[in-house]
Design a protein around this ligand. Structure first.
Ligand SMILES: Nc1nc2c(ncn2[C@@H]2O[C@H](COP(=O)(O)OP(=O)(O)OP(=O)(O)O)[C@@H](O)[C@H]2O)c(=O)[nH]1
Length: 773
């Protein structure tokens, strides 16, 4: 038994801490119960179902019972009247009887997170000293009124419950310093306001007090599916209320965003391009709580595994991994090109396979859970099991597939009816309506008018200050304080109407009012759109970029002080090493911007591209979205980076100076060079594997490479593998895409004489030719 006598005496008692955590205890050992001098008792990570006899320990001030198997609340706790700190998190408690908390007048800290609570007893209000209360991951439908009585409360956490509203009065308590209510599907204030923290919530309620409220029913509607499935046709036909034939030349580039009203619902349509190269940006734009319209071309669909996987399964997996609480409405297009029976069979096949997929996933999660339970040390895996619990509880709803012919408006109209019925169904969309102070809507329509009146340029790139003064100047409301206005912009950013990447020091001063133009910027760099129909079948990003590089005209090259031979080298280095030089990207972008016939775009070309000593917005954005890795950054790599310190935020230093070259991990091909440097895996390697359910999300390893290479010293990078050096030790990070998909991090064991002798590292200079211009 670990017993620590505390250093000082507190009154006549010698204070004692008893730590009996992780001992698989099922009952409290008698020797603990006999020692009334115990003041701190740590019993976390055991298997306790009850704690009979604990009432003897009348001097207890701290009791930690987290991660046990408590189902019934241990009522004897009521008699521990000295208790100041109580941990009961990660148990299975369903109810707390009345008459417990009114005894615990000294209680300052109470952690009840990750239980099954749907109610909090009203006598909690008696705990006048309570400063910390954690009720996250429970089943609360209302925030208990009693919390309002806790005037000394400094920290309150209610994330992952089923709350719909937060009481305004709670935020009048000026003692409250930390608060989070994430993942609740709140209506008042909406989650997008809550995400802004206490300050924004307070400003929201103060605006509600001084103005009228609007009740907004807005549904983010994402059109996903393979290339050429008919997403844009459907989206545009719905919006224009007539059939719209989308020419192949007008295919979606990146994402197109538009809004449409059906009755009192406002649908924010996000039409994602289906071409593979755009998947890279999906992680930025696919956001929770959406209606996902999964478009499948039924005419080209064949009832076989590979077809299902690429046209449906891939997307369902993607949605499951990114937004597992969404509603998916599959729609089968091109039915005019199929027979009636064909449509019926394909619909049946798709629905059956989706169901099998979801069932298999559930079984897989259950199997994992059983494996954990069978483990001799389940306490060690309690984090994993609560994560598995969370995954099992997510509920991706897949509605019945609707077959339509996009060339027939009757079908479009009836599809619109289906969408409306789905969002009106409270079982499918319980919390569509959001309450907003009228000023939020007023600011939004002022921005729309600014765009309409051409006060904001077509490209929609404006400085925050211009934006703020434009809104205040043109809005038909009393002048708003800058801070309040910024909070409203933050809200609009979170719902996706504008984009403002405040977290990036390089982008904090700029608002992108037209998110679709942002995508056009990507198009102008790596995501290059080909007009050539012949190449649309198998799109190959590398090939396209190489072609684009080769087509840069001499005049543009000369502007960059480059020659025709440089162009060839740029193309060859991109092809072989997935590296694109800064100069090459500038030339590419300039060339494409020149082709856009807009004087306004030309005006901001410099801002987009940057100069010799200044990075343009495009590069900052691509870096921010982790599309590429800036090579040879001007800041030295920092082994003491604060990202590695517990609790610190993982972030890269931003620099104003453009990098010399950029690595695009998604375009890497071979692994031979990595294998050559790493050699065979060895038994003595230290190996950590991170498993993914059901698979590694598309584009995720790409971002792992970017993170790893920005914090360690990159050595050799290949497709799905990268070899870095961390503190003199070599690490291999690799993606295993076989059955149980995982990311493996291997560290080579240093030799007897330490690292230095063991590692004969070629200096970065040896590979310098890749940077060589
Ligand atoms: N006959 C017929 N043609 C359709 C139907 N739906 C779409 N199309 C045509 O299919 C082609 C591709 O449609 P898009 O709407 O551009 O497809 P998308 O899914 O947006 O494609 P990406 O932009 O590449 O992601 C266009 O030529 C459409 O006119 C349909 O129901 N019947």
């Amino acid at each position: 038994m670990a017993v620590n006598k505390m250093a000082h005496r507190n009154g006549p008692l010698q204070e004692k801490t008893v730590n009996r955590s992780k001992e698989k205890l099922k009952v409290l050992p008698q020797e603990i119960l006999e020692d009334v001098t115990v003041v701190q008792l740590i019993l976390e990570r055991n298997r306790l179902k009850n704690i009979s006899g604990i009432k003897n320990l009348i001097n207890l001030k701290t009791l930690n019972l987290s991660r046990n198997d408590l189902v019934d609340f241990p009522v004897e706790i009521a008699q521990l009247v000295q208790l100041e700190t109580l941990y009961l998190n990660q148990n299975k408690i369903q109810t707390i009887p009345d008459g417990i908390f009114n005894q615990l007048q000294q209680l300052k800290f109470l952690k009840l997170s990750t239980n099954h609570l749907s109610k909090i007893p009203s006598d909690l209000g008696c705990c006048k000293s309570l400063q910390y209360l954690n009720l996250s991951h429970n089943s609360l439908k209302d925030l208990p009124e009693v919390v309002l009585e806790l005037q000394n409360l400094k920290e309150l956490f209610v994330e992952y419950n089923r709350l719909r509203e937060l009481p305004a009065k709670l935020f009048e308590n000026q003692n409250l310093e930390k608060f989070s209510a994430a993942s609740n599907r709140l209506r008042e204030p909406p989650d997008e306001v809550c995400a802004g923290g206490l300050k924004q919530i307070r400003s929201y309620f103060s605006q509600l007090r001084s103005s009228e409220a609007d009740y907004v029913k807005r549904v983010k509607t994402m059109f996903l599916g393979s290339s050429m499935a008919g997403k844009s046709t459907l989206c545009k036909s719905l919006k224009q209320k007539q059939t719209v034939a989308v020419d192949v030349k007008d295919r979606t580039v990146g994402i197109e965003i538009s809004e449409m009203k059906i009755e009192d619902f406002r649908f924010l349509f996000w039409d994602f391009a289906g071409q593979e190269e755009y998947y890279l940006t999906h992680h930025v734009f696919i956001t929770p709580q959406a209606l996902v319209i999964l478009v499948i071309d039924l005419a080209s669909y064949r009832t076989e595994d590979t077809q299902f996987n690429s046209k449906v399964g891939f997307w369902i997996n993607n949605i499951l991994m990114r937004v597992p609480d969404s509603v998916v409405l599959p729609v089968g297009t091109h039915v005019d090109q199929c027979g009636v029976e064909d449509v019926r069979d394909k619909k049946e096949d798709i629905q059956r396979r989706i169901q099998v997929m979801l069932d298999n996933r559930k079984k897989y999660l259950e199997r994992r859970m059983d494996n954990l339970k069978e483990n001799t040390e389940p306490a060690l895996f309690s984090d994993q099991s609560s994560k598995l619990d969370e995954l099992t509880n997510y509920n991706l709803q897949v509605l019945d597939l609707i077959p339509i012919d996009c060339t027939n408006y009757k079908d479009i109209d009836s599809f619109q009816h289906h969408i409306l019925t789905a969002v009106q169904d409270k079982n499918i969309f319980p919390n569509v309506e959001k309450k907003l102070p009228h000023i939020y809507q007023a600011v939004e329509s002022t921005i729309t008018n600014l765009i309409k009146d051409k006060e904001i340029p077509d490209h929609g790139i404006v400085s925050v200050n211009e934006m703020l003064s434009g809104i205040n100047h043109n809005g038909s409301f009393d002048r708003l304080a800058q801070d309040d206005l910024k909070d409203i912009l933050r809200y609009l950013h979170r719902i996706g109407l504008i984009m403002w990447y405040e977290e990036s020091t390089r982008l904090v001063g700029t608002v992108f009012v037209k998110p679709s133009f942002l995508i056009t910027l990507f198009k102008a760099s790596i995501i290059i759109h080909s007009w050539d129909c012949a190449k649309l079948c198998i799109t190959n990003m590398v090939r396209r970029i190489v072609e684009q590089l080769q087509s840069i005209p001499r005049t543009v090259l000369m502007g960059e002080h480059a020659f025709m031979k440089d162009k060839e080298r740029w193309a060859s280095h991109f092809q072989t090493k997935a590296i694109l030089y800064h100069k090459a990207m500038v030339a590419l972008t300039k060339n494409l911007l020149q082709q856009m016939d807009s004087p306004e775009v030309k005006d901001i070309a410099e801002e987009i591209i940057g100069g010799r000593n200044e990075k343009g917005k495009l590069f900052s954005l691509l870096e921010h979205f982790e599309i590429f890795l800036a090579l040879k950054p001007s800041n030295p790599l920092n082994p003491e980076a604060k990202e590695f310190k517990p609790g610190g935020k993982w972030e890269q230093k931003e620099t104003d100076v453009p990098s010399e070259a950029y690595l695009f991990p998604s375009s890497l091909n071979g692994i031979e060079e990595v294998s050559k440097w790493w050699g065979e895996d060895q038994k003595e390697d230290l190996c950590v594997r991170i498993y993914f359910l059901p698979e590694i999300p598309q584009g995720f390893f790409h971002r792992v490479i970017i993170k790893a290479c920005s914090f360690f010293t990159p050595h050799v990078v290949g497709s799905g593998r990268c070899h870095v050096v961390s503190n003199g030790k070599q690490l291999l990070i690799k993606e295993n895409k076989e059955d149980d998909q995982n990311i493996e991090i291997r560290c080579r064991r240093p030799g007897k004489d330490g690292c230095k002798d063991d590692f004969d590292w070629p200096d970065m200079e040896e590979t310098a030719e890749i940077y060589d211009m």
